[in-house]
Write a protein that binds this ligand. Structure first.
Ligand code: WQD
Length: 333
């Protein structure tokens, strides 16, 4: 069975393509390399000995999507293609709404024309806004505090309306917590262009002496050590969650929503210190003021995905730190 992966050369997309191959699927990727690199295709082949069918282009391009569906019998699609930097979304909201929403809308349009109605949608824990309590279940109230989060919230609403209009669709909406780590081969991983927004890639660059020190955004939060707490999940566990979701939508017509996290929260200082200790490197840091829009604490209640997807994150924080470090070192070669 062929699965179309939009943004399949990206961080989560590439790891998911590896797991798709290993689960016996064939893979078709559309990617415009706006936040990824063409060499990732070679790395996926090196890891799996299989090469995806590949189309370079914008996932909003209806003609290109039509060509893909005419050239391949696509069984399902996984929609990763989206801009995802919170800060950038505040500066450039139109770019985020244009891109993220039209990637989803145009994909669904072409899927409908070709009677392909199995879709896994990449959403985010950011749709929970600032939760009243933790852990967070899928039934928690939704809100968005930035345009990026709004594109994910609107994407979920679009899919709810689509399913209400035609219940022959089968849709899994996956709300990711904080993806980190890299494939154990060290061949693929998180490779952001420029200065990283997210914590783990920033820690990796500090430890690798590409950046002078980690700026800890606030140590006066109501958490055990005053720094922000998040649910960091290994990207390979996250990728396997997509395979589990595909199996679920293969078996039945539904629209359902799942948290993909570990259910454990770690603070900024715990992440920095664990990374340093596990990899025997230094991660110097300084305490800076809070980053606007940050929330104190966020981690998942994972019971629904465990019960209904028969999926549970397995990799430890130690593994996340080791695999991130290995990819960072390999990327220097
Ligand atoms: C984690 C913690 C920061 C960088 C964002 C998006 C979310 C998802 C994941 C796409 C926080 C602290 C960070 C730094 C720091 N992206 N931090 N110094 O903000 O939880 O989530 O990325 O889906 O949608 O909102 O992740 O890694 O940016 O921050 O102290 O240089 O690390 O304050 O407590 P976040 P993050």
């Amino acid at each position: 069975m062929k699965v179309l992966v939009t943004g399949g050369c990206g961080y989560i997309g590439s790891h998911t393509c590896v797991e798709l191959f290993q689960a016996g699927y064939e893979v078709v990727i559309i990617d415009n390399f706006v936040n990824s690199k063409a060499e990732v295709l070679d790395k996926i082949e090196q890891i799996t000995n299989k090469r995806p069918f590949f189309y370079e282009g914008d996932a909003r391009d209806i003609e290109l999507l039509e060509r893909i569906f005419n050239e391949h019998e696509i069984h399902a699609a996984i929609d990763f293609a989206a801009y995802k930097a919170v800060g950038e979304s505040v500066e450039k909201p139109l770019m985020y709404y244009q891109n993220n929403l039209n990637c989803l809308l145009n994909l669904c349009e072409v899927m409908q024309r070709h009677n392909c109605k199995n879709l896994v949608f990449s959403s985010s824990a950011t749709v929970y806004g600032e939760p009243e309590t933790v852990p967070i279940t899928e039934a928690f109230p939704l809100s968005s505090t930035n345009p990026y989060g709004s594109t994910k919230l609107f994407g979920e609403m679009i899919l709810q309306d689509l399913y209400r209009s035609d219940s022959t669709w089968s849709i899994a909406i996956l709300r990711y917590f904080n993806p980190v780590g890299a494939h154990e081969s060290g061949l693929i991983g998180e490779d952001p262009n420029g200065i990283p927004n997210n914590l783990m890639p920033y820690i990796c660059k500090v430890a690798n002496k590409e950046l002078p020190c980690l700026h800890v955004f606030g140590n006066d939060y109501p958490t055990h050590d005053g720094t922000g707490v998040r649910d960091y999940i290994h990207v390979v566990d996250l990728a396997k969650g997509h395979i589990a979701a595909l199996r679920k939508i293969n078996d039945s017509q539904l629209l359902d929503i799942y948290n993909l996290g570990t259910g454990c929260g770690y603070s900024v200082l715990e992440m920095a210190n664990t990374y340093a200790e596990i990899n025997q490197v230094e991660v110097p840091y300084q305490i800076d003021p809070r980053r606007p829009g940050d929330i104190p604490e966020c981690y998942a209640d994972t019971k629904k995905a465990e019960r209904e997807l028969h999926w549970k994150a397995e990799k430890s924080l130690t593994q996340m730190c080791k695999d991130s470090y290995r990819f960072t070192v390999n990327s220097q070669k």
